[in-house]
Design a protein around this ligand. Structure first.
Ligand code: S3P
Length: 436
């Protein structure tokens, strides 16, 4: 039985809300506190399927992680060298972040392990981490298609490298950083376009020593990380569905409090502002490893733009919902240089293009992007292909559709935003959930 959404036209959405914790920061807090020394507390952990996969794996590696009655998690760190050999395969479910980051961590351990994933994750490219990790001396093997399962042998020695990134990817960068915690000398990673730096920020917060200058990340050897309590801000990638929902509906006004505003995650805000979105940021707070703030959003008349390539890396997860904004804008929106979208939880260029066409929105697919002509959503049947962000994007499109939008395969919304359905319903979205 799989879940579906049916969304009917909605007059307005409103409210002052919080979105659940940031997915990227939740993964990193579980992984890094597991290898820190001492006991610490995580507040605001995202309890989504993806982060629970990481949590379960840390527990299988011998880390005590206990949920408290107030929702906080206590992590009893085992230190850099205290993880235990797991008794079974480590299941990452749908989570590419779990698989790629943990592969880096595990290739530095003195025991063997095997990372597995669901059908969708098992199709996603893993050679991108195999190459640098093998250069560092990691002993790992992929399937013949260069995909999971990832079998990792006990490490002999992890050597430092200087690695020029062939792709803009925080997952590859973080995988290398986690492995380099087991090297005795400095590793350098050189980026073409800077990607989210949550791993670097959190390692420094816990006493490590990573310096970044001109897109060169220098990971200096560190003897230990020291546990510290971590407060996880709201996820800007989840907030973006609510932001676009408010922008495209009439007479709407929404405030989203305490959202993570890391500068490598806010590309979508810049893109939407270029399109004419009325968005204000207030109450910026710079305490702890990440910047946070409140986002105020108002209904806006959007116009199509040519999206500057410099924003692709910092808006990488937000393109499905940006495409919905583009479909509601006057004129054409053009995206190029975004080939990476083909390798996400689905081929997001193709799946979004098909879904938009089914709803009556004209678009042309490029090999590395898409051109969308703003128009009217007529309604229709859309297959999300099990991609959480595609499912939520078309749910938001339902606000302005003439007839219902019926979205298939929405179960995976729980991988990143399990509260989505209840939250948007409370904010006024005309949404129903059915099983069939
Ligand atoms: C993530 C990095 C991004 C993003 C993913 C989460 C992370 O992937 O798409 O949802 O937490 O590091 P890439 O770095 O592979 O582009």
């Amino acid at each position: 039985m799989s879940e579906q959404y049916i969304v009917s036209p909605t007059s307005r959405i409103f409210g002052k809300i919080n979105v659940p914790g940031d997915k990227s920061i939740s993964h990193r807090s579980l992984i890094l506190l597991s290898i820190s020394q001492g006991t610490s507390k995580i507040s605001g952990l995202l309890e989504s399927d993806d982060c629970i996969s990481t949590l379960n794996i840390c527990q299988l590696l011998g880390v005590d992680i206990i949920k408290q009655s107030n929702g906080d998690y206590i992590v009893k760190g085992q230190g850099l060298f205290g993880l235990k050999e797991p008794k079974r395969n480590l299941d990452c479910g749908n989570s590419g972040t779990s698989m790629r980051l943990l592969a880096g961590l595990l290739c530095g351990q003195k025991f063997s392990s095997c990372l597995i994933g669901d059908e969708s994750l098992t199709k996603r490219p893993m050679e991108r981490i195999l190459i640098p990790l093998q250069l560092m001396g990691g002993k790992m093997h992929l399937s013949k298609n260069n995909t999971a399962p990832i079998n990792i042998d006990a490490a002999q020695k992890i050597s430092p490298i200087v690695y020029q990134m062939p792709i803009d990817s925080a997952q590859i960068k973080s995988s290398i950083i986690l492995a380099s915690l087991y090297a005795k000398k400095t590793t350098k990673v050189i980026e073409n376009n800077a990607t989210r730096d949550h791993t670097e920020n959190m390692i420094n917060f816990l006493g490590g020593n990573i310096e970044t200058e001109n897109k060169i990340i220098t990971i200096n050897p560190c003897e230990k990380l020291i546990s510290k309590d971590i407060n996880i801000p709201g996820d800007i990638s989840s907030a973006m569905f609510i932001i676009v929902g408010c922008l495209i509906s009439e007479k709407s006004e929404v405030t989203i409090c305490n959202v993570g505003l890391n500068k490598f995650r806010t590309g979508a805000l810049e893109i939407l502002k270029m399109m004419g979105a009325k968005i204000e940021i207030k109450n910026v707070n710079n305490i702890g490893p990440e910047i946070t703030g409140d986002i105020f959003v108002y209904s806006s008349k959007l116009k199509g733009i040519s999206i500057p390539s410099k924003y692709v890396a910092s808006a990488i997860d937000e393109f499905p919902i940006i495409f919905i904004a583009a479909a509601n804008a006057s004129g054409k929106t053009i995206l190029k240089n975004a080939e990476e979208l083909k390798y996400k939880e689905s081929n997001r260029l193709e799946v979004m293009s098909k879904g938009l066409k089914k709803c009556g929105i004209a678009n042309d697919l490029y090999d590395d992007g898409i051109e969308i002509t703003g128009g009217n959503f007529e309604g229709g049947l859309v297959d999300s292909c099990g991609d959480h962000r595609v499912a939520m994007s078309f749910a938001i499109a339902g606000i302005v559709s003439k007839k219902d939008i019926h979205i298939l395969n929405t179960d995976n919304v729980s991988t990143s935003f399990p509260a989505f359905y209840n939250l948007v319903k409370k904010m006024g979205l005309n949404i129903k959930r059915v099983k069939s």
